[in-house]
Design a protein. Structure first.
Length: 115
Protein backbone atom coordinates (compact mmCIF):
# COMPACT_ATOMS: atom_id res chain seq x y z
CA UNK A 1 0.00 0.00 0.00
CA UNK A 2 2.76 2.45 0.89
CA UNK A 3 4.55 1.70 -2.38
CA UNK A 4 1.39 2.46 -4.36
CA UNK A 5 0.94 5.81 -2.61
CA UNK A 6 4.55 6.78 -3.30
CA UNK A 7 4.19 5.91 -6.97
CA UNK A 8 0.95 7.86 -7.35
CA UNK A 9 2.40 10.88 -5.49
CA UNK A 10 5.45 10.88 -7.76
CA UNK A 11 3.18 11.36 -10.78
CA UNK A 12 3.08 15.12 -10.30
CA UNK A 13 6.87 15.57 -10.27
CA UNK A 14 7.71 14.17 -13.70
CA UNK A 15 5.38 14.43 -16.69
CA UNK A 16 5.41 13.51 -20.36
CA UNK A 17 7.76 15.62 -22.55
CA UNK A 18 9.95 16.66 -19.57
CA UNK A 19 13.72 16.42 -19.99
CA UNK A 20 15.32 14.18 -17.37
CA UNK A 21 18.79 12.93 -16.41
CA UNK A 22 19.33 9.30 -15.40
CA UNK A 23 20.99 9.12 -11.97
CA UNK A 24 21.24 5.34 -11.47
CA UNK A 25 21.66 2.20 -13.52
CA UNK A 26 23.57 1.34 -16.68
CA UNK A 27 22.47 4.55 -18.46
CA UNK A 28 23.60 6.82 -15.62
CA UNK A 29 24.48 10.35 -16.77
CA UNK A 30 22.44 10.22 -19.98
CA UNK A 31 19.62 12.66 -20.71
CA UNK A 32 16.41 12.31 -22.64
CA UNK A 33 12.77 13.26 -23.09
CA UNK A 34 10.04 11.39 -21.20
CA UNK A 35 7.84 9.52 -23.68
CA UNK A 36 5.35 7.92 -21.30
CA UNK A 37 4.65 7.82 -17.55
CA UNK A 38 3.09 4.87 -15.69
CA UNK A 39 2.03 6.42 -12.36
CA UNK A 40 0.53 3.24 -10.86
CA UNK A 41 3.78 1.32 -11.35
CA UNK A 42 5.99 4.33 -10.58
CA UNK A 43 7.87 3.90 -13.86
CA UNK A 44 8.45 5.84 -17.07
CA UNK A 45 10.02 5.48 -20.50
CA UNK A 46 12.71 7.87 -21.71
CA UNK A 47 13.65 8.41 -25.35
CA UNK A 48 16.66 6.24 -26.40
CA UNK A 49 17.36 5.17 -22.78
CA UNK A 50 17.26 1.57 -21.42
CA UNK A 51 16.92 0.00 -24.85
CA UNK A 52 15.66 -3.60 -24.78
CA UNK A 53 15.44 -6.20 -27.52
CA UNK A 54 12.11 -7.92 -28.16
CA UNK A 55 11.95 -11.10 -30.26
CA UNK A 56 8.71 -11.04 -32.26
CA UNK A 57 6.99 -13.44 -34.62
CA UNK A 58 5.56 -12.34 -37.96
CA UNK A 59 1.93 -11.17 -37.66
CA UNK A 60 -0.70 -9.23 -39.59
CA UNK A 61 0.63 -5.88 -38.31
CA UNK A 62 4.32 -6.83 -38.69
CA UNK A 63 4.84 -8.85 -41.85
CA UNK A 64 8.44 -9.60 -40.98
CA UNK A 65 9.33 -10.86 -37.50
CA UNK A 66 12.71 -10.45 -35.89
CA UNK A 67 14.45 -8.62 -33.11
CA UNK A 68 12.93 -5.21 -32.38
CA UNK A 69 14.73 -2.68 -30.20
CA UNK A 70 12.62 -0.33 -28.09
CA UNK A 71 12.72 1.67 -24.87
CA UNK A 72 12.17 -0.16 -21.59
CA UNK A 73 10.75 1.36 -18.43
CA UNK A 74 12.85 2.98 -15.69
CA UNK A 75 11.81 3.48 -12.09
CA UNK A 76 10.83 7.08 -11.39
CA UNK A 77 13.34 7.32 -8.51
CA UNK A 78 16.24 6.82 -10.95
CA UNK A 79 15.65 10.08 -12.85
CA UNK A 80 15.93 13.79 -12.03
CA UNK A 81 14.14 16.58 -13.83
CA UNK A 82 16.41 19.02 -15.69
CA UNK A 83 15.80 22.72 -15.07
CA UNK A 84 15.98 24.89 -18.19
CA UNK A 85 17.71 27.77 -16.39
CA UNK A 86 20.16 25.68 -14.29
CA UNK A 87 20.60 23.05 -17.04
CA UNK A 88 21.22 20.36 -14.43
CA UNK A 89 19.23 17.76 -12.54
CA UNK A 90 17.23 19.40 -9.75
CA UNK A 91 14.73 18.55 -7.08
CA UNK A 92 11.16 19.67 -7.72
CA UNK A 93 9.00 21.79 -5.45
CA UNK A 94 5.43 23.06 -5.78
CA UNK A 95 4.09 26.59 -5.58
CA UNK A 96 0.63 28.08 -5.98
CA UNK A 97 0.48 31.16 -8.22
CA UNK A 98 -1.73 34.22 -7.65
CA UNK A 99 -4.40 32.85 -10.00
CA UNK A 100 -4.64 29.65 -7.90
CA UNK A 101 -2.77 27.42 -10.36
CA UNK A 102 -0.36 24.90 -8.79
CA UNK A 103 2.99 24.70 -10.64
CA UNK A 104 6.27 22.82 -10.30
CA UNK A 105 9.35 24.90 -9.43
CA UNK A 106 13.11 24.28 -9.36
CA UNK A 107 14.37 23.96 -5.78
CA UNK A 108 17.75 25.38 -6.77
CA UNK A 109 16.91 28.60 -8.65
CA UNK A 110 13.12 28.98 -8.17
CA UNK A 111 12.34 28.83 -11.93
CA UNK A 112 8.80 27.69 -12.82
CA UNK A 113 9.13 24.37 -14.66
CA UNK A 114 5.56 24.18 -16.00
CA UNK A 115 4.92 26.11 -19.20
Amino acid sequence: MAREKAAIGAKRKIKKDDFVRIIAGRDRGKQGRVLRVFPREGRLTVERIHMIKRHTRPSQTMQQGGIIEREGTIHISNVMLICTRCSRGVRVGHRTLEDGKKVRVCRHCGEVLDK
